[in-house]
Design a protein around this ligand. Structure first.
Ligand code: ADP
Ligand code: MG
Length: 438
């Protein structure tokens, strides 16, 4: 007897296979189905990947997205047997699905899709996710964005009372808009630790989603099905964000603020968008052959166990407090980063976690020879490459740029200012992520 349910005998069908006599038990958070015939076989499904349990026509249908042979797929198991036993199993398993934002039938997601994201695949990816959400009984209301800031402006004023969460189907840019659309609402402080935010990776740059997959120990090949699992299962976890400000506005960032070589590649490679995420690398090679450096100052407050989060930033025109550190000069890369992966091929800060309360400040000072730059390119997360490169965990930072036309981005979107500063907020909001031990 484990957690209220002991094993029982049923007629079992897996997908479209024939019915067979089997035994089902739930042990150590695994659903174990064993066949009783001559060819004894077993299916093990972690409870953590169960997305729905429905009783229909005297049968119980378990829908799950387990990892089988290293990749995830939808597995449906039908059970027939004594009604009371099926209903008892149904109640038990249903209690194991988190369903953040309400009961199964109440879940309703507000979904923004950028149809032009990436190489135009966001809608096709959403179709896959939508089918899985239907199986899980999650309703959706889809808005196809018509232009930049459509999602941001819509979400600021939207009536969220009928929704259990909001989803961005695009890259980091639309995720930034959605987060800031929520931040711009009058009720932001009341909803930020309750209202769920989910992501389906449909852009060319999906750093936040790649980093989530990495933390979940999931394969990038399974990104779409894992995003569906996250939304369907409805488990929500704490996520940090960076509270940022420039001379004239405040905004939130989940990915990070970047100055120098990396945003130079992000922004200027837009002209070769057809190349997908590789566009950045094609441009990077060109840039490394004729490097540019960027002058200014970087200030930061190192993070420590006692002070992880500060309640407010210094006024942007004031000097930074005495306990901050300042580095001045020419830089190649300055990145105040909250995610582990920059894209599908670059792990930048392997230690970064969704809710670790840390901004990782990556600084690469000039000069750096071509050989050193290539070494950095090949292994961007190595810390001991060169004395001019360092990664420091910080609670807050300020970047002051001599030339405001220098490449500068927030969440890989262009930013123009002289000074940008930020502080960690941990936890910042709730994200739909099926983080489990299994
Ligand atoms: P990608 O990774 O492909 O760049 P993003 O999600 O980063 O995808 O989106 C790129 C930019 O497009 C963002 O600035 C976003 O706000 C903007 N955007 C969103 N919807 C539209 C639209 N319908 N047309 C044009 N731009 C859009
Ligand atoms: Mg983008």
């Amino acid at each position: 007897m484990i957690g209220g349910f002991s094993g029982a005998e049923y007629l079992v069908k897996r997908g479209k296979s024939p019915w067979f006599a089997g035994h089902l038990e739930v042990k150590h958070n695994d659903i174990i189905v064993t066949s009783r015939g001559r060819n004894v076989s077993e299916v093990i499904i972690p409870v953590s990947c169960l997305i729905s349990v429905t009783y229909r026509n005297s049968k119980l249908i378990l829908t799950s997205i387990p990892k089988i042979d290293y990749s995830r797929s939808v597995v449906e198991i039908s059970l027939a047997g004594e009604a009371q036993s099926l209903l008892k199993l149904s109640t038990f398993l249903n209690s194991k699905i988190p369903k953040a934002g309400g009961a199964q039938e109440e879940r309703n997601l507000l979904v923004y899709i950028n149809p032009f994201a990436g190489t135009g695949v966001a809608l096709a990816k959403w179709d896959v996710v939508k089918k899985i959400l239907k199986k899980a009984g999650v309703r959706t209301h889809v808005i196809r964005t018509k232009s930049q800031n459509h999602a941001l402006n819509h979400l600021r004023k939207a009536d969220l009372s009928e929704y259990s969460g909001v989803v961005s189907v695009s890259g980091d840019g639309l995720a930034h808009e959605v987060l800031n659309g929520m931040y711009g609402r009058d009720d932001w402080n009341q909803i930020r630790n309750k209202f769920n935010f989910g992501i389906v990776p449909g852009g060319s740059g999906n750093a936040i989603h790649c980093s989530l997959l990495y933390q979940m120990k999931e394969s990038f090949n399974d990104e779409v099905i894992v995003s569906a699992l996250n939304l369907a299962r409805g488990k929500s976890v704490d996520a940090d964000y960076i509270m940022c400000e420039t001379e004239n506005r405040k905004f939130l960032s989940m990915f990070g603020v970047s100055w120098g070589l990396i945003p130079d590649c992000d922004i200027n490679s837009e002209v070769i968008r057809w190349a997908g995420f590789m566009r950045v690398y094609i441009f990077l090679i060109l840039r490394l052959l004729s490097p540019r450096y960027y002058g200014g100052r970087v200030h930061f407050l190192p993070s420590n166990d006692k002070v992880k989060e500060i309640p407010e930033l210094p006024k942007i025109g004031d000097p930074v407090p005495k306990n901050w550190t300042t580095v001045e000069g020419d830089f190649l890369i300055v990145y105040a980063c909250k995610q582990s992966w920059l894209d599908y091929s670059t792990i930048f800060v392997p230690d970064a976690k969704l809710d670790d309360g840390i901004i990782y400040l990556v600084v690469c000072r000039a000069p750096l020879s071509l050989r050193e730059s290539i070494k950095l390119l090949l292994n961007p997360s190595a810390r001991d490459l060169h004395s001019n490169i360092f990664i420091v965990p910080v609670s807050a930072f300020r970047i002051e740029i001599n030339n405001p036309n220098d490449p500068l981005t927030v969440d890989a979107e262009k930013l123009t200012c002289h000074t940008v500063q930020g502080r960690i907020v941990s936890p910042g909001c709730k994200m739909l992520v099926n983080l489990t031990d299994k």
